[in-house]
Design a protein around this ligand. Structure first.
Ligand code: SER
Ligand code: ZN
Length: 593
């Protein structure tokens, strides 16, 4: 979920996907200590660093990201670092002559109360909270703020006890105590390695709605929804949704929650819709708070979907994360697909599919046809925040859906299992995902990569001919270049067309392709990989009405000749709910237009 509104134009350097280099250094552990104050906040960081032997770009220098930080202290292996050993710019701290392995300590001052960009640590009303995706952590402390640097975090939060009785961070609470002068502290430990964008901290005076969940292996997980006190009567639906999502991910994908605690915090000032920080999700209130007398059915459904989305990220995003931000769709397209499936199963699959396609057509298709068009995996960016788009999310989810259409639900699950087995704890690429899908199913999906490379909504033209004597009907599908395509080169895509033929009696025909000895299915997945491909069906009665792209099996624009009578017939007899709806829409649009 996202709002795409944040834009900071501080840096206008273009970054290219092809320029990816592994990090020069890795971080084995990170200890953070926050002293939260009204005027200023001190952040101490202690990191165990070692040089990354597999990186080719060894320069002997360590460049840590950092924006708007006031460095107070820096020490290497317990000794204050001499001034000539480091340089500070607006965006980085560069340290020279680092040993292969060392402990670096820094202390910086920040001003969360003056932070108006909603990235990093900021004040929201009476609360302190964070938003680190995509590159907000660098506004908290000096760090290798890139998703392929994963480490274990221990976080201590100190603040005034009366005003901030609740002190939260990722993981499990390991210790808490008093600092004197009315201040207290809490220490959190997250045993799972994570990238910095998943770091979170919350401090405030919040109501806690508790519950629990027993996982499929019998572990008890504490669940908590935190809201401002006057919202205490609006948390029940969020909690029910979370429990449903946890059960669904176990049943559908065999994915179990890993920590002992799962927390959701709702706030009115949050510019992403919601954020999947490990064990500590932060949400805009509108995706949490609901009460029957003030919320609509659509609100209830949306809350369930967004709670599910953030929960599902725990495996698709957190346990397996992105190597770099060009791969954003790896976690977002996949997680949107997962939340769509979840909602489909909790409500009506047909209505959900229609809703999702309407969102795609009204938001993503225009984006793909205009100056903002970009492939789901962009090649270059200046400001990552501008790439939280309908293309990366919604079209990305359609691409994942096509894997499932091509591989079947059993094959798709096999691919997901292999993806988790291979990459748990790693920061990976969209290619790694595709390779897992291909390997688990013994399939060649190399051509499928084009969906990640080309922008624009593909146009698919279909024509057909009937040979009455032979009772054969030939359907020719042609991929034509979209007039609005931004890509220089448009190559044929791998398109699954879910296809059926409705007989004159209104029943689906069992389909048989020429020279094929089996018949049986009434919906077939026709796999298009070339610019133009013909499919010849046998034993076809005269007067059949074809049904293309059942369930909207590919994010394309379909062009075919259809009479009003065909539309009316499909409205009555289509066995596919999406196409039945689509026929009605087309018919009405043509008649009214
Ligand atoms: N990563 C967040 C989400 O998709 C914000 O975009 O939920
Ligand atoms: Zn997401």
């Amino acid at each position: 979920m996202t709002d795409t509104t944040t834009a900071s134009f501080a840096q206008s350097i273009t970054k290219y996907r092809q320029d990816y280099r592994p990090p020069t250094h890795l971080v084995d552990a990170l200890e953070l200590d926050f002293d939260l104050g009204d005027e200023r906040t001190t952040v101490r960081a202690r990191m165990a660093i070692r040089s990354n032997r597999s990186a080719e770009n060894q320069t002997g220098e360590l460049v840590l990201d950092g924006v708007g930080l006031d460095l107070v202290k820096i020490a290497l292996d317990g000794v204050d670092l001499r001034r000539e050993r480091y340089r500070i710019s607006n965006e980085a701290l560069t340290i020279t002559g680092l040993p292969d392995q060392c402990v670096l300590e820094t202390e910086v001052l920040i001003e969360p109360q003056a932070n108006t960009c909603f990235e990093g640590l900021y004040r929201s009303g009476p609360m302190f909270l964070t938003q680190c995706e995509a590159e907000g952590f660098r506004r908290i402390t000096y760090f290798l703020d890139r998703p392929d640097v994963m480490t274990c975090y221990t976080t201590t939060v100190r603040a005034d006890r009366d005003r901030y009785p609740v002190l939260l961070s990722n993981g499990n609470l390991v210790q808490a105590g008093e600092d004197g002068n009315g201040r207290h502290w809490a220490r959190w430990e997250d045993p799972f390695r994570k990238p910095s964008y998943l770091f979170a901290l919350v401090a405030g005076d919040l109501h806690c709605e508790p519950d629990s969940f027993v996982t499929m292996s019998g572990r008890k997980v504490e669940l908590r929804v935190y809201v401002e006190h006057h919202h205490a009567d609006k948390c029940a639906h969020a909690m029910t949704s979370l429990i449903k999502a946890m059960r669904w991910d176990e049943e559908t994908f065999g994915r179990e929650y890993d920590l002992d605690l799962y927390m959701i915090v709702a706030t009115d000032d949050f510019n992403m819709g919601a954020m999947e920080n490990k064990g500590l999700n932060i949400f805009n209130s509108k995706f949490v708070l609901a009460r029957p007398d003030t919320a609509t059915d659509a609100d209830y459904e949306r809350i369930e979907g967004v709670i599910g989305h953030e929960y599902f990220h725990n495996w698709t995003g957190n346990r397996v994360t992105c190597r770099d931000w060009f791969q954003l769709t790896l976690k977002e397209g996949l997680t949107v697909f997962r939340d769509q499936q979840f909602t489909a199963e909790m409500t009506s699959a047909a209505v959900k599919r229609i809703d999702d396609v309407q969102v795609l057509r009204t938001r993503q298709f225009p984006e793909d046809a205009g100056p903002m068009a970009h492939p789901i995996r962009p090649e270059a960016y200046q400001e990552m925040n501008n790439f939280y788009t309908a293309t990366v999310y919604e079209k990305g989810a359609e691409i994942i859906r096509m894997y499932r259409t091509l591989l079947g639900s059993v094959g798709f699950r096999r691919g997901m299992d292999l993806y988790f087995e291979r990459h748990d704890g790693q920061a990976v690429t969209c290619d790694d995902f595709r390779t897992a899908m291909a390997d688990a199913n013994g399939r060649d999906l190399s051509r499928f990569e084009r969906w990640y490379q080309q922008s624009g909504t593909p146009v698919l033209q279909v024509s057909d001919e009937y040979d009455a004597e032979m009772k054969r009907r030939t359907f020719t599908f042609t991929q034509v270049r979209s007039p609005t395509s931004q890509s220089d080169q448009v190559l044929p895509l791998y398109i699954p067309v879910a296809f059926g033929l409705i007989g004159p009696d209104g029943a689906d025909l069992t389909l048989r392709l020429v020279a094929e000895d089996r018949a049986g299915a009434t919906t077939r997945i026709l796999e298009l990989t070339e610019t133009s491909q013909a499919f010849v069906f046998e034993d076809v009665l005269p007067g059949c009405v074809p049904s293309y792209l059942r369930g909207f099996s590919a994010p394309v624009e379909l062009r075919c000749e259809r009479s009003h009578a065909d539309h009316a017939f499909a409205m009555t007899h289509e066995s596919d709910a999406f196409n039945r709806w689509e026929a009605g829409q087309r018919f009405a649009t043509e008649v009214l237009g």
